[in-house]
Write a protein that binds this ligand. Sequence first.
Ligand code: ADP
Length: 348
Amino acid sequence: MSQNIDKLNNALNQIGDLMDDGFLLVDKHGNIQFANSSAEEFLGKELSRRNVTEVIKSKDLNISRFLKTDKEIDKEFSFQMDDDLKRSLSIKIKKLSNELVVILLLDMTLQRNLEKVRRDFVSNVSHELRSPLTILVGFIETLLSDKAIDIKSRHKFLKIMDEEAKRMNRLIDDILSLSKVETEEHITPSTSISILDPIKSVISSLDESGLSKNNKISLVDKTLNEDRPLYIIGNYDEITQVFTNLFENAIKYGFEKSDIFVNITKPNGKEVVVEVINEGEGIPTKYLERLTERFFRVDKARSRKIGGTGLGLAIVKHILIRHRASLTIDSELNKKTSFKIKFPLIKH
Ligand code: ADP
């Protein structure tokens, strides 16, 4: 008998691990008898010692009511999780017998994100593209209607038109990157990388292209005596994009010829901290928490003038969510501004 139960448990474990959806078996009191690894990913570890009403908490979904009923149940609900990822689950509950209820958890986050991104995309894009387009149309009309424009003015207009067209191009590139990372932010990357590689590569490509405001970027690695290399679960191109955006901002909003520091520390065995520090006008405290909102700029006109799209930090935020990394921003006016990222380390 106990051999059969062992076999059954073994089979359940194997089948459960094959499923991307969460799968729970609970008794009529709500005690979780079996949970597959996807269910643990959604609801937390060691579920088999817990009651389902503790782990699926919702005012709209009273699970214990279903467990107590004698009637057949076969229901489906939406459930919004209260975690950082704001995952949306679809929950299916089916009574197998008087003793056993099966609960399936389907991750609907991707579909929900796709819908939201599509909705926001249309309204933001039309608004942001309108201003360069209006400028372009204005100059085209002037050039077409006024044949007497001298060569110098014509050249000046064409230069402005060229800048506006390039700005539209950058906007479109950034909007596409953002919508991609936003929809995928709940999926952790499948590769591991050494955190130092993308950082070094961004610094050397910025050095090569010539730093526009004669800054100096210094990498201060305080982990030289630690276990190496410092591996994180990461997508190389996305992490490169994070540091490109942070360094470009440090240059754009930093003082001319000032130093930019990249400090790497490992405060404990679990995480590596990368801090990008620049000296500049800084950011008023009241704006700090809004910086990663799409299209938020402290000074819109200035950001535009220096070629900003207002999307750089939103892209950084979503890439970091996907990497389960955290971002802290600090700034002292006319002194230092720091972007500190904590990445979870993996052991090799
Ligand atoms: P932008 O394209 O405008 O640079 P970002 O999303 O990269 O857009 O940044 C949003 C805003 O955050 C910027 O417009 C700027 O006001 C502020 N900001 C970002 N980085 C810095 C920094 N290092 N120092 C001061 N302000 C910054």
